[in-house]
Design a protein around this ligand. Structure first.
Ligand code: ADE
Length: 242
C-alpha cells in the first residue's frame, strides 16, 4: 500500500518510523511519503493561510499550495488515490471503515490546520481523488496530523503481513462488534489480585464460555450502544452467553 501525507508539520509523522508500521515501511509493505505543504508556496514567507472571506475567527488554509501539492502527489502514480482529509466534521472512523481503507492501494492524507482548508480544494481534488473527510470522534484536535497517525495505524495493521500473528486481528475489540475479554499473564498472584480460576482450569470450553460472557458484560457496561438490539437494554445479569 502507498500512503502520502501532506502537512505543514512533517515532523509530526516521525512515529511512523517506529514499531510495526516502521517495520512494514522497511520491508516495503508500506510505501510512505511525507510532504511539506510549504514546498508548494512561492512567497518569501511560505504563506499557507489567510483571513476568512465573510469574517470570523481564525485563519483558513489557502487553496493554491494545496492545489499544487495534490497535483504533485497525484502525478506519482497512474491510479486514482483516496484522499483522506481528517476533520471533526467527517464520517466517524470505525473498524469497518478501517477495513475498507485497508483494501485500497493508495491513500493520501491532507492534514489541515487553523480553521481548515478553503472549501474549493475539496471540489478541485474530486477530479483526481476519491475524497473522504474522516473524523476520529466528536472532539476537536489542533490539526489533522494526529488523526492521520491514528488512521494510518488502524488501517496499516490490517494490511496482510503487517501484523506477524494474523490470528490476533480476529480476537480484538470491534472486529465482531463486541469489546475484548480481559487478559492476564504470569504471575498468578500479584498485589493481592488473582488470575480468575477458570483461566487456570485447562478446560477450553469453559474458558471460551467465560470469555464470551466477559465480552458481553463489558460491552453492556462500557459501550451499550454496540450491543446487538436483542441484548441492548437488558439488565446486565440477563446478558447471557450464546
Ligand atoms: N482534526 C481536528 N479535529 C479532528 C477530529 N476530531 N478528527 C479528525 N481530524 C480532526
Amino acid at each position: 500500500m502507498r500512503v502520502d501525507v501532506i502537512s505543514i508539520f512533517p515532523e509530526y509523522l516521525a512515529p511512523l518510523d517506529l514499531s510495526l508500521i516502521g517495520k512494514a515501511r522497511r520491508s516495503g509493505l508500506l510505501d510512505l511519503h511525507v510532504h511539506d505543504l510549504r514546498t508548494f508556496t512561492h512567497d518569501r514567507h511560505r504563506t499557507v493561510d489567510d483571513t476568512p472571506y465573510g469574517g470570523g475567527a481564525g485563519m483558513v488554509m489557502k487553496p493554491e499550495p494545496w492545489g499544487e501539492a495534490l497535483d504533485h502527489v497525484a502525478d506519482q502514480e497512474d491510479s486514482r488515490p483516496i484522499l483522506i482529509v481528517p476533520g471533526p466534521g467527517g464520517a466517524r472512523l470505525d473498524q469497518s471503515l478501517a477495513r475498507q481503507l485497508a483494501a485500497a492501494d493508495w491513500l493520501v492524507f491532507a492534514c489541515g490546520r487553523y480553521e481548515g482548508i478553503d472549501e474549493r480544494v475539496y471540489d478541485y481534488a474530486q477530479s483526481t481523488y476519491d475524497v473522504r473527510v474522516i473524523s476520529l470522534g466528536d472532539y476537536v484536535l489542533n490539526g489533522g496530523e494526529v488523526a492521520a497517525l491514528a488512521i494510518i495505524e488502524a488501517v496499516a495493521r490490517l494490511v496482510p503481513g503487517v501484523i506477524g500473528n494474523a490470528a490476533s486481528l480476529f480476537e480484538e475489540s470491534h472486529e465482531d462488534g463486541l469489546l475484548e475479554y480481559p487478559i492476564y499473564t504470569k504471575p498468578e498472584q500479584w498485589q493481592g489480585f488473582s488470575v480468575p480460576d477458570v483461566l487456570l482450569s485447562g478446560d477450553h470450553g469453559r474458558i471460551a464460555q467465560w470469555r464470551h460472557q466477559q465480552r458481553l458484560d463489558r460491552t453492556a457496561a462500557r459501550r451499550p450502544d454496540l450491543l446487538p438490539p436483542e441484548l441492548a437494554g437488558a439488565p446486565e445479569d440477563l446478558v447471557v452467553g450464546v
